[in-house]
Structure formats: structure tokens, C-alpha cells
Design a protein around this ligand. Structure first.
Ligand code: DP6
Length: 350
């Protein structure tokens, strides 16, 4: 995503006409990946996916009604432009259509973590925006409806509406039937308290967006169908492993599912490669940790950064080993985080 340099006080110029709704949402990391849409407009996925919501890198978003012909959107302290602005405006249009209202909005959003670097900023971003915009436009949505709404901003955002372990159902059928049946819901996992050591090897925004990469891969990789078929089985096995609280099984399934997803990208035509030599160095360190008897498992999204699943007790050792690889890697340890929440309700003006 690209942004213009800080344009002073875009938000100060807008005349506010309503109360504020502010929300916070956290990223989630998929242990069984969402990779491929069967409907691009409705964000219906080819397969179901399963994630863990984190307790780091939240997005905070406020939405309020303003006078005037256009939305005012501030992203990480600057006026949003280009694709980033269009995505948010398009999402607000959807909310307005549902609410039967035409009011323009002022949206102020900021990410505590890196944006567009494969660290799930669009998941926390659209989960926070869906939560705040639904409140500001007075849509009365339950968790399932909010998850379906967030899905329309970014598929993975459907899962960040909930905390803990979350499954996003692929849903059945097309059109409205598909839309109604494709939502996320929490799946328990009580008693599981893993850590996810995030090894950041590159904070920069990625060259190819996950949306474009997913489209190319689905359309051109001969490995896509086999991966999607095996991912359906991975999801079923993952649910059983979570119910059993079996961290090594959870880790093994997550690692093979992610590496399989990257195999589909590598075999797209032309191939798409997010993994860098630094990612491979982290993957080698994870193998070495396992050889030393530490149950640690890697997963990687549409970027070079590697997330390592392990027990809470082993996290300091895992992060020390990864930090010790060199200056190219820094780690942050996450645990299970909460679902999206409204921090200021539109019912209570500032
Ligand atoms: C690799 O949710 O960012 O992180 O729906 O096009 O916005 P869009 O894609 P997005 O894709 C996430 C892909 C992934 C895997 C996952 O989170 O399941």
C-alpha cells in the first residue's frame, strides 16, 4: 500500500456530525491457511481455515459521521491514498448500503505493528473497521454477522472478530447462500496456551499483495488443487488436535499446511516467492530446535517473516535462538489474544 506524506490535519477540517465509535482488533495467524477465493466479490474462500488470534500488534480504529461529499481517511497518521483509501471507501459503501444511509465518515486508523508485511495487518484492520463502522452506522450485528461483514474487507479479517482459536467456514454454495454460510466462529481450545514467536526478517511492505498472489496461484499453479484438497483434511485433523490439546500435532499440521501453500505459489506461472534466505535460516533453526527436543513449528504467510509455534515455557529459548541468528532477525512473542471490541460506543458521544 502506498501513502502520501503527512498531510496536516486532514481530520481537523471535517465537520463532525455524530458520536464516535472506536474499536480495537488484533491480528490472527492461520494454522490452516486461507489461500484462494471461489468468489472474488463476496470473498468466499475455496477452503475453510483456522487461526489463532494474537495479543500483539493491534489496530485501533475510530469512525464518526461527517458533513461533506467524501470520506476522510487517516491511516497511520497520514491521509490514506490510492489502493488503501479505495479499499476502506468501498468497505464503507457496503456498510452504508446495509444501513440505508448516505453519511460520509471520518476514519482514523493505526496499526501498532508493521503494515502489509505478512503480519496480518489487513486482518486486524478490517476487523477493527467492521466493528467501529457497524456501531457508527447503527447496524445491530451479532458476532457471526460482524465476521461476515469483516470478510468483505479482507477474508482473514473474518477470523479476527473472535479471540483464541477460530475456524472460518468456507460456506456452502454461491451468491447469498455462500455469503450467509461463510463466517468465522471460535472453537474453544481451552487449556491450550501456546506462544507464537514472530521472527521479523523484513518489516517492509511486500512487493506482491497476498490478494494478487492468491489470485495468480489459484489460476495458474498445478499444485493448487492438490493443496486445497489436502487443506480440507488438514482442517479436520487440526480441529481434532486442538480438541486433544496436542501441540506437536497442531504444529506439524500447521507447518505442512503453510509449506504446501508456499509450494503452490512457487509453482504459479510465473512463480511467486515470498521466502528469503533469512526465512530459510529461521526454518533451519526451527528444525534444529526440534532435533534438540523442543517442540517448535513454523508457519509463514504472504511475506518472508516466520512465526514459530511453541509452548509458553519454551518461548524464551526459541526467541533467544532465533535472535542469535544475526542482526537480520528480531523477535516478538505473542500469546492468545482477544476478539475485536468496541472501546467507545456510538451511543456515548465524546
Ligand atoms: C497467507 O485475508 O489478506 O495470510 O481476502 O484478499 O484480503 P484478502 O486476503 P488476506 O489473505 C490472507 C492470506 C494468508 C493466509 C491466512 O491468513 O489464512
Amino acid at each position: 500500500m502506498t501513502f502520501t506524506p503527512a498531510s496536516p490535519a486532514v481530520t481537523e477540517r471535517a465537520a463532525v456530525t455524530g458520536p464516535v465509535a472506536e474499536s480495537v482488533a488484533y491480528p490472527n495467524i492461520a494454522l490452516v491457511k486461507y489461500w484462494g477465493k471461489r468468489d472474488e466479490d463476496l470473498f468466499l474462500p475455496v477452503t475453510g481455515s483456522l487461526s489463532m488470534t494474537l495479543d500483539i500488534f493491534p489496530t485501533t480504529t475510530s469512525v464518526r459521521m461527517i458533513e461533506g461529499p467524501t470520506d476522510v481517511i487517516e491511516f497511520n497518521g497520514v491521509a490514506a491514498t490510492g489502493a488503501a483509501r479505495t479499499r476502506i471507501e468501498t468497505f464503507l459503501d457496503l456498510v452504508r448500503a446495509r444501513a440505508g444511509r448516505a453519511d460520509r465518515a471520518m476514519v482514523v486508523t493505526s496499526n501498532a505493528g508493521p503494515t502489509g508485511a505478512g503480519l496480518a495487518s489487513s486482518a486486524s484492520g478490517f476487523a477493527a473497521l467492521a466493528t467501529a463502522a457497524a456501531a457508527a452506522y447503527e447496524l445491530d450485528l451479532d458476532g457471526r454477522a460482524l465476521s461476515r461483514l469483516a470478510r468483505r474487507g479482507s477474508g482473514s479479517a473474518s477470523r479476527s472478530i473472535f479471540g483464541g482459536f477460530v475456524v472460518w467456514h468456507a460456506g456452502e454454495g454461491e451468491g447469498e447462500a455462500g455469503d450467509l454460510s461463510s463466517y468465522a466462529e471460535p472453537i474453544g481450545g481451552d487449556g491450550l496456551d501456546p506462544a507464537l514467536v514472530v521472527a521479523v526478517v523484513n518489516q517492509g511492505a511486500k512487493a506482491v499483495s497476498s490478494r494478487a498472489a492468491m489470485r495468480e496461484t489459484t489460476a495458474t499453479s498445478p499444485f493448487y488443487r492438490p493443496w486445497a484438497e489436502s487443506s480440507v483434511l488438514d482442517l479436520a485433523e487440526m480441529r481434532t488436535a486442538i480438541a486433544r490439546r496436542d501441540l506437536p500435532a497442531i504444529g506439524e499440521i500447521a507447518e505442512r499446511n503453510a509449506l504446501g501453500m508456499h509450494a503452490t505459489m512457487l509453482t504459479a506461472r510465473p512463480g511467486i516467492r515470498y521466502l528469503s534466505p533469512h526465512s530459510i535460516a529461521v526454518l533451519d533453526a526451527v528444525l534444529a530446535l526440534r532435533a534438540d527436543g523442543i517442540p517448535a513449528y513454523a508457519t509463514i504467510d504472504a511475506g518472508p517473516n516466520v512465526k514459530v509455534l511453541c509452548t509458553r515455557a519454551d518461548a524464551p529459548r526459541v526467541s533467544a535462538v532465533l535472535d542469535g541468528l544475526g542482526d537480520f532477525v528480531t523477535t516478538r512473542t505473542a500469546h492468545i489474544g482477544p476478539g475485536a471490541s468496541l472501546t467507545t460506543s456510538s451511543a456515548s458521544p465524546e
